[in-house]
Design a binder for this molecule. Structure first.
Ligand code: NCD
Length: 312
């Protein structure tokens, strides 16, 4: 297979294992490109991409923008804070106005779950979901699995525990779908109030005890508590959360094997993970960030080649 089965990347839910493998093979190539002294290729020279960020972002926005520029695309950026949304314009109107400037692809982060799927039905451009509320964040899951594959050789058969605020996390849901498609075993660990009720029904184990979860796993993906998505208190205090669900060096060193530690960022140092763990050799946090550019280049390239193909 040399092309994706989809015209948009709206979620890991909508793509196949073969799609993921194709993205990884393509990212291997781009990873080699971005390590060259000339990091730029002309592949998307005739493509214009709009980055529409209706919600805050640092890593993801910069990573997409860099990936687009390294592929030589023309790029326009939009952020909700400085837009006409506050003047009452609808999402479709905002996006259609931008598209009338002949934009081929849209990278969108939006606080509403399903915003990408909705937009894909109404506009004529290829859409990449860069995070839709607490729903999906597909490129994050792809770069996470790619980083596991890079460190451990394969994702199939690996045991991965996702720790923390699973309920509000699009990173957790997209990771679960991607890890399952690639044949990993998954458990979640966190305060009961922050685990979704459906978690058992989607084939994910629950381990309430952090030490037991870490003893079981090959990889621990530590998530941030998404305070901005909480309108009530889900656990007593941050200090208690850290005592029960935070990873520190002492705990890591006391395990019976060397596990790999991941975090999508932004990190709350000293809450879900201590600095000495985040900066240790078991941590692949900065590899994740670096791989994010290659993964996003691969996704953009593969989706753009479908646009050209449709026009032939
Ligand atoms: C995550 C997000 O925005 O969903 N960060 C990211 O994209 N790297 C996770 C988070 O905000 O905790």
């Amino acid at each position: 297979m040399s092309e994706l089965s989809v015209n948009h990347l709206l979620g890991i839910k909508y793509i196949s294992e073969a799609d993921i493998e194709l993205i990884f093979e393509t990212a291997d190539h781009f990873k080699e490109v971005i390590n060259r002294s000339i990091k730029k290729v002309p592949s998307l020279r005739d493509i214009t991409i709009a980055n529409l960020f209706f919600e805050n972002s640092t890593r993801t926005r910069l990573s997409f923008e860099l990936a687009e520029k390294r592929l030589s695309a023309d790029v326009i950026n939009f952020s909700a804070a400085s837009s006409s949304l506050k003047k009452g314009e609808t999402l479709i109107d905002t996006v259609n106005n931008i598209l009338s400037m002949k934009v081929d692809m849209v990278v969108m982060r939006h606080p509403n779950p399903g915003a990408g799927v909705f937009l894909a039905k109404h506009i004529n451009a290829s859409i990449i979901n860069a995070g839709d509320g607490a729903h999906e964040h597909p490129t994050q899951a792809l770069l996470d699995c790619y980083s596991i594959r890079e460190r451990l050789g394969d994702v199939a058969g690996k045991k991965v525990v996702i720790v923390g605020d699973i309920l509000h996390s699009r990173v957790a849901l997209s990771n679960i779908f991607a890890l399952q498609k690639l044949g990993a075993e998954i458990k979640v660990c966190g305060p009961k109030t922050l685990l979704p009720k459906y978690i058992g029904e989607i084939g994910v184990g629950v381990e309430p005890d952090l030490r037991a979860a870490l003893e079981w796993c090959d990889v621990a993906n530590m998530l941030r508590v998404q305070n901005e998505r909480m309108d009530i208190s889900y656990f007593p205090t941050t200090r208690e959360y850290t005592q029960q669900f935070g990873v520190n060096k002492k705990l890591l060193d006391s395990l019976n094997k060397e596990i790999v530690v991941m975090h999508p960022g932004p990190i709350n140092r000293g809450v879900e993970i201590t600095s000495d763990v985040a900066d240790s050799k078991q941590s692949i946090i900065l590899d994740q960030v670096q791989n994010g550019v290659a993964i996003r280049m691969a996704v953009l390239y593969l989706l753009a080649s479908k646009i050209k193909h449709n026009e032939d």
